[in-house]
Write a protein that binds this ligand. Sequence first.
Ligand code: SF4
Ligand code: SF4
Length: 112
Amino acid sequence: MPTFVYMTRCDGCGQCVDICPSDIMHIDTTYRRAFNIEPNMCWECYACVKACPQDFVSPIRTTPWGSIKSPAEYEAPSAEAMNSQQLAHEPEALKIDALPALTPDKFKQGLV
Ligand code: SF4
Ligand code: SF4
């Protein structure tokens, strides 16, 4: 979701303007508040949200605040897990038994 600005909390400091890689956060010259001039060009990187000193809470969270464990709260990965190409908590975090993978015979299908 592209960013938007809560007009009642923005003080026009310009931090979001300075940090936006897409150069789409601008300050309205009449109201002295920031606004996203072109939401379709927003990378959704949220650099502006992080830079904003008004401590906005992003409305895009899908989990309750504070419910995500930090890496230190998990058991250290085994040596086998460290050598695996799977990312941490795959595949169980994706709620599947195994990641889909191509078999060697599937690779040949495109060549004949
Ligand atoms: S999310 Fe990123 S690209 Fe979008 S307005 Fe903020 S800083 Fe710019
Ligand atoms: S960083 Fe926050 S307070 Fe500052 S101009 Fe941007 S939206 Fe407004």
